[in-house]
Design a protein around this ligand. Structure first.
Ligand code: PLP
Length: 418
């Protein structure tokens, strides 16, 4: 029971049945079917407020990529969040969700000219620029629009965030940012470009960071750059230190809190006059959500057990691409005998699994399972692979239930082709 609360304080078994914010998950699957994503609004609000409390002066730009459901974006916007975007689609969403342009920051190594133009037209707070060529293109576009385009340079501090290599972004060998050793030169160059206004420094070292110590090294390097640039008369108004705080996936994981991060960084940031920006994604929505799936078949091959469910890698791809662990519980807890099983989806790939060799109660065909920590980078990474319509999404808020994305149908998948 206590373990459940560590994932999400609004998650509990009541009379042997799993509930989120007082809502029966069984009732939800009966109404909306499976696979079904369910998110807790109170959890999202709590997490955003935890950032606000830990960093009261900062602008918190929610990283839309983690979960880009418009209702969630709007909810966060109403709490005062800005947005960290990485595409034209995310710019469109942020503006539609009511997030003001002056709270939007735009990162990404491969922004297209169309995307750059759209963001200039929207007059976003700043572009987090990732290459010399991007600086030049933005300067050119600024000239065309008769505007000074506000930029930060995304610097790559070459810090190992001790996370999965696919989500480590701040090491020299990664494609992101500009090598911090080259940064001063690039800042000097950018400052001479007529149609740019250099206003910030950006870095983001990676995602799912459970041990916060790498932030110290990264922010120290960034603050040292800030001091050197200030001495040169380059007026840095914003220090954007990215996102990345990790969340509990495994029962033994200990989640760092925004407060812990603030405490670690306070002595380093105390000398900085620039406004701080943070870009959390996973740590706001990750443990707000779970994925409900129905057991289709049970199959034994000798002493190897398979639980075959109706959610596949098209719905939740993290186990397949990162070997990620998601805790999985039966919606109905009957304290049954535990077995070890592979919990697999219906897709024609051996990599289509939610869990391997997992201890779980001996469930039956037709029962429901809840896959925890599924509020970030889960629906957001879903696809139509095997011509499967994507899942529905529901938001629960203190007993209230709102369908925030309808289940797709076959026609929806094929509409662009006919
Ligand atoms: N900012 C940038 C530039 C990112 O690339 C990402 C994700 O990788 C984030 C913020 C959000 O990271 P997280 O969801 O780990 O907080």
């Amino acid at each position: 029971m206590e373990l459940l609360k560590e994932y999400n304080p609004y998650l509990e078994y009541k009379n042997g049945e799993l509930h989120l914010e007082g809502v029966s998950l069984k009732a939800l699957v009966e109404e909306f079917g499976t696979p079904l994503y369910v998110y807790s609004a109170s959890y999202i609000k709590d997490r955003f407020n935890a950032y606000k409390e830990a960093f009261p002066e900062a602008l918190i730009c929610y990283a839309l990529k983690a979960n880009f459901n418009p209702h969630i974006a709007r909810l966060l916007g109403e709490l005062g969040a800005g947005a960290d975007i990485v595409s034209g689609g995310e710019l469109y969403l942020a503006l539609k969700a009511g997030i003001p342009a002056n709270k939007i920051v735009y990162a990404g190594v491969g922004k297209t000219e169309r995307e750059l133009r759209e963001a200039i037209e929207a007059d976003i707070l700043m572009f987090n620029v990732e290459s010399r060529q991007e600086l030049e293109v933005l300067n050119e576009l600024g000239k065309r629009y008769g505007k000074k385009v506000r930029i930060a340079i995304r610097v790559n501090p070459d810090v190992d965030p001790k996370t999965h290599p696919y989500i480590a972004t701040g090491m020299r060998k990664s494609k992101f940012g500009i090598d911090i050793r080259e940064a001063e030169k690039e800042y000097e160059y950018a400052s001479c470009l007529e149609n740019l206004e250099v206003i910030g420094i950006h870095c983001h070292i990676g995602s799912q960071i459970l041990d916060v110590s790498p932030y110290k090294e990264a922010v120290e390097k960034v603050v040292s750059l800030y001091e050197r640039l200030t001495e040169k008369g380059i007026n840095i108004q914003y220090l954007d230190i990215g996102g990345g705080l990790g969340i509990k996936y495994k029962p033994e994981d200990k989640e760092p809190t925004p407060k812990e991060l603030a405490k670690l960084l306070e002595p380093i940031l105390s000398k900085v006059k620039a406004k701080l920006i943070l870009e959390p994604g996973r740590s706001i929505t990750g443990n707000a959500g779970l994925l409900l799936t129905q057991v289709q078949f049970l199959k034994d091959k000798g002493d190897k057990h398979f639980i075959i469910v109706d959610a596949g890698m098209n719905d939740l791809i993290r186990p397949a691409i990162y070997g990620a662990y998601h805790h999985i519980l039966p919606v109905k807890d009957e304290g049954r005998q535990l077995i070890k099983a592979d919990i697999v989806g219906p897709i024609c790939e051996t990599g289509d699994f939610l869990a391997l060799d997992r201890e779980i109660q001996r469930v039956e065909r037709g029962e429901y399972l809840a896959v925890l920590s599924a509020g970030a980078y889960c629906f957001a990474m879903s696809s139509h692979y095997n011509a499967r319509p994507r899942a529905a999404e529901v938001l629960v808020d203190k007993g209230e239930v709102k369908l925030i994305r309808k289940r797709e149908d076959y026609g929806y998948i094929f509409a662009p082709s006919f």
